[in-house]
Design a protein around this ligand. Structure first.
Ligand code: HEM
Length: 513
């Protein structure tokens, strides 16, 4: 027995010492181990993909309630950080903006943007800076936006005419506002960006909505190639995503070719140079771009950006505002009273009237809070290692800011699910990227450059729709029947078209006023 004990003692001692050593090594290792934000448990290979439903902003909002406002997930092989509070959004979009203002290379956006040659999906760098600067000078600044006022007024006036004709129809057929808003936003954007002589777009007017839906759904679809290197492309071919992308790419490419051809064949000399002319000139002279080559694909990528970013977001916003208003007759009435008391009797609302429409502006803000057009903003990619609230973020990590979740967070908003424009009445919160609880246009270096152009169209269209018509629900429908379902994609559309009956407003005659 003693012999056995004598033999066991050194072994036990050795094991004990080894354990101590391992413990010391472990301690050292754990000091260097990355400190990642908390996140839901994941499965081998797919990571957290199975926890994301068809509306990712909603699934991620649910998860962040459990795991926190800075949450770590893994989509296949890609690490991802989801930010769902104003404080964390400020950290990412303002304080750490420079470290994480690149964009990841994703299959869908890469294909449609000629390998990220545009502004929206381009990685951070010289090319992106130059392109953005040119577009801001040529298209996006307030002076430029104001100079295109006549385009908006003309297009909106013909929309009102066409609605008036349908309101005279005794059958009282509902107008498909979704379709009409897409066609309107497309006409305005095409005329402003691609020149007033631009005629046939090559896309049917009534097909704009459908085409844009297909593009945004392809962009918002889960591409296996993004998360599973080497094998993902096989999955994308099997699921049909690859051919879906190729088909929308070719449809859009034909459209850009027509735009370019039209510009190259112009005969009139006195036409003002528009953004496409400018791109073609840069292509020819290679002048403004010092370091990067500017090719035909760069021109097409910019056309894509303006067309997709400009048309979709504005149309979506107008449709959500109208849907919220028919569900909330009190707010509708108040907005209409304001507008009708500000404009000259029987006239259309013009852009010079808009500054008086404080309540309408609150209505638009409230809609953008509940229905931001791009609920997760565009994805960002970290360029260097940094700490986010004490957690490690590594280069190539994907960062998504859930502005939809922040806009519905009871920590910032009283009764967040209620549509209550008056919450903006003190004017202290705007959407220009300084108030991180309200970020419908993003913030920081990657903030939306088209904000003035987008808002100008949304305000003027709504002011006229509400001034010229009262809006009735189709027979047999109640306010509560209006569905508010969302369609998944990069942007969040209303799933089912909004159909309402326009009833032309009769101004009271002189002796009644
Ligand atoms: C109501 C209308 C609009 C809304 C709600 C909207 C919203 C947004 C949002 C949320 C982003 C992403 C910001 C980020 O990732 O931080 C964005 C980016 C962008 N928007 Fe808009 N937008 C609107 C109108 C427009 C218009 C009219 C144009 C141009 C014609 C435009 C062009 C762009 C571009 C080029 C980017 C990419 C910026 C970059 O990555 O540098 N947007 N927009």
């Amino acid at each position: 027995m003693l012999l056995i004990l004598l033999l066991l003692l050194p072994i036990t001692l050795l094991i004990f010492l080894m354990k101590q050593k391992i413990f010391i090594i472990k301690l050292k290792r754990s000091e260097n181990e990355p400190r990642l934000p908390p996140g839901p448990p994941r499965l081998p290979i797919i990571g957290n993909l199975h926890q994301i439903g068809s509306l990712p902003h909603r699934s991620l909002c649910q998860l962040s309630r459990r795991y926190g406002s800075v949450m770590h997930l893994r989509f296949g092989g890609v690490p991802m950080i989801i930010v769902s509070s104003a404080e964390a959004a400020k950290e990412v979009l303002k304080i750490r903006d420079l470290e994480c203002c690149s964009r990841p290379h994703l299959v869908g956006s890469g294909t449609l943007s000629y390998n990220n040659l545009d502004i929206s999906f381009s990685p951070y760098g010289e090319r992106w800076r130059e392109m953005r600067k040119i577009c801001v000078l040529k298209l996006f600044n307030i002076k430029k936006v104001k100079s295109f006022r006549f385009v908006r007024e003309e297009e909106i006036s013909s929309l009102i005419d066409s609605l008036s004709r349908s309101s005279n129809n005794l059958l009282q057929t509902p107008a498909n506002l979704s379709e009409m808003m897409f066609a309107l936003a497309a006409s305005i954007t095409l005329r402003i960006a691609f020149g007033k002589t631009f005629g046939k777009s090559g896309l049917d007017n009534d097909k704009f909505e459908e085409t844009i839906h297909r593009v945004q759904s392809a962009l918002g679809s889960f591409a296996a190639s993004d998360f599973f290197p080497y094998v993902g492309w096989i999955v994308d071919r099997l699921t049909g995503l690859h051919s879906k992308l190729e088909s929308v790419f070719h449809e859009l490419d034909n459209f850009y070719e027509r735009v370019i051809e039209e510009h190259l064949n112009r005969t009139t000399q006195d036409d003002q140079e528009d953004i496409v002319d400018l791109m073609l000139r840069i292509e020819r002279d290679q002048a403004e771009f010092s370091e990067v080559q500017f090719t035909r694909d760069c021109t097409k990528a910019i056309i894509m950006d303006i067309f997709l970013a400009g048309v979709d977001t504005g149309a979506i916003t107008i449709i959500w505002v109208m849907a919220e208003l028919v569900r909330n007759p009190r707010v509708m009435r108040k907005a209409q009273d304001e507008i009708r008391s500000c404009v000259k009797k029987g006239k259309l609302v013009s852009e010079s009237d808009i500054h008086q429409l404080h309540y309408l502006r609150m209505v638009i803000k409230e809609t953008l809070r509940l229905h931001p057009a791009i609920p997760l903003l565009l994805p960002r990619e970290a360029m260097s290692q940094f700490k986010l609230f004490g957690y490690d973020v590594y280069p190539k990590t994907l960062l998504q800011v859930n502005v939809w979740a922040i806009g519905r967070d009871p920590n910032y908003w009283h009764n967040p699910e209620e549509f209550f424009p008056e919450r903006f009445s003190d004017g202290s919160i705007d959407f220009k990227g300084q108030h991180f609880e309200f970020l419908p246009f993003g913030a920081g270096r990657r903030t939306c450059p088209g904000i003035h152009m987008g808002i100008a169209m949304v305000e003027l269209t709504l002011a006229n729709l509400l001034c010229c018509f009262d809006w009735k629900l189709p027979d047999g429908m109640k306010e509560t029947d209006i569905d508010m379902d969302e369609e998944s994609g990069l942007t969040t559309h209303k799933k089912f078209p909004l159909k309402l009956i326009p009833v032309r407003y009769q101004w009271p005659s002189e002796n009644q006023t």
